[in-house]
Design a protein around this ligand. Sequence first.
Ligand SMILES: C[S@@+](CC[C@H](N)C(=O)[O-])C[C@H]1O[C@@H](n2cnc3c(N)ncnc32)[C@H](O)[C@@H]1O
Length: 223
Amino acid sequence: MSTEVKKSYYQENPLLNYCINSSTPMHPVQQKLAKETMEMTQYRMMGAPEVVSLNALFIRNMGAKKVIDVGVFTGASSLAAALALPEDGKVLACDVSEEFTKRAEKYWEEAGVRNKVELVLAPATETLQQRIDSGEEGTYDFAFIDADKPNYTNYYELCLKLIRKNGMIAFDNTLWSGRVLDENDTSEGTMNIKSLNKLISQDSRVSAVLMNIGDGLTLVVKN
Ligand SMILES: C[S@@+](CC[C@H](N)C(=O)[O-])C[C@H]1O[C@@H](n2cnc3c(N)ncnc32)[C@H](O)[C@@H]1O
């Protein structure tokens, strides 16, 4: 039984390489971001190209104007979203790290989309709650959740409020390197992901599909 789950940038799997090579090439700044991020020790945090490109495809196809990016790192997911948005579109980019997001800002600038990204440096639960309190409920089209795993369920509930009907929430890492199948793995990270997956699959407020792409991507549409 194969339980292989891998992001394509490890370049170990010829079939994943073929998928990337048979998809629309990334923007030159996206390629530069990926190359430079791969030189960092924390490179494994970078959103997989196939995941951020799929997000971008949905964003374009939905005619989205308002996107939430929870977990910016060096900016791969927010750059893909900003490039997919129209000129008056906006990405609310949430992170706590000035060090990582300084790099992200450089790429947004270079790709000419800095004006489309609002970066908020604060715990994302606070940022999202603040947007709800200021009356933005039901106004966002798409959200990508890719930050601290213990808060995934909180991000789910907050984004469900912020997203409009038929809007989409995408969760990264929902296969957790295949560890969701290991019944002996009771570590906090694995249990968090498993309980989120169970909650979403049984939630009548949404329709959801968990896909074996990257490290697992769950796509949720609000009913
Ligand atoms: C996996 S990385 C995000 C990758 C990014 N989506 C991409 O496409 O490359 C996770 C990010 O979440 C951020 N983070 C961790 N805890 C957070 C919190 N409580 N609120 C907001 N961001 C947080 C980290 O600083 C890190 O940059």
